[in-house]
Design a protein around this ligand. Structure first.
Ligand code: CA
Length: 234
């Protein structure tokens, strides 16, 4: 169960979403305009926002970028426009997932579960420990040798994905799919850039790796530099 805020101007769609989300056991509120949605999302932060892109007052993409300036609440974008460019823009602006209308309640429910899982809602309270690196999903906190490291959303998601699969090579395609929700081509450069920022924050470089080891032409893997058997602490 989650607290879901639906921002949707069409009363029929809004009503249907409210019924299906409430039926799935969520606590649902709704707003018919972008500004009202934004205000509620900031004043009474929900667990997840379902955001229509075609809104009467402010474009949904604008609402999304304003929201992202102040909040990392998971956002599932609902678009009537089956337009890849718009979807890419929404994902670039920080949407966690998207649905193209018309969509069913089950599909929405699955997306909500997925974004909540990625946001760490049902993650185990035990942090993932790899050598001196400690990653706590629920609070999205990372420390290296006990020192907190400030990561952006995407840097955290990237590190968290690698940490869940310690020792395994994760391909850039998998990273794009899991972290950026992009299943189409391109985007390697995006991964490379975030990886280099992440390395810098962890105090290492590609030439002199500690935790993050690139496998040329394949992807990257997170390893325990102390050589111990990596895994979750429990
Ligand atoms: Ca609309």
């Amino acid at each position: 169960m989650a607290r879901v805020l639906v921002v949707e101007d069409d009363p029929a769609i809004r009503g249907a979403l409210l019924r299906s989300l409430a039926g799935a056991g969520h606590a649902v509120t709704s707003q018919p305009t972008g500004m009202a949605g934004l205000t509620e999302a900031v004043d009474q932060p929900p667990d997840v926002v379902v955001l229509d892109l075609g809104l009467p007052d402010v474009d949904g993409l604008t609402v999304l970028s304003m929201l992202r300036a102040v909040s990392s609440v998971p956002v599932v974008v609902a678009t009537a426009r089956d337009d890849e460019k718009e979807i890419v823009r929404a994902l670039d602006l920080g949407a966690d997932d998207y649905l193209v209308k018309p969509f069913g309640g089950d599909q929405l429910e699955a997306r909500i579960r997925a974004v909540l899982r990625r946001a760490g809602h049902d993650a185990p309270p035990t942090p993932i420990v790899v050598g001196g690196l400690v990653i706590t999903s629920a609070s999205r906190e990372v420390t290296v040798d006990g020192i907190p490291v400030e990561l952006s959303r995407k840097e955290f998601d990237l590190l968290h994905l690698l940490a869940q699969r310690v020792g395994e090579v994760v391909t850039k395609r998998e990273i794009l799919t899991e972290v950026w929700r992009q299943s189409y081509g391109g985007g390697d450069r995006t991964v490379d850039v975030h990886l280099s920022w992440l390395r810098r924050k962890l105090g290492e470089t590609a030439a002199d790796p500690v935790y993050l080891h690139s496998v040329r032409g394949v992807g990257v893997r997170l390893v325990d530099p102390r050589g111990a058997h990596p895994g979750s602490a429990d």
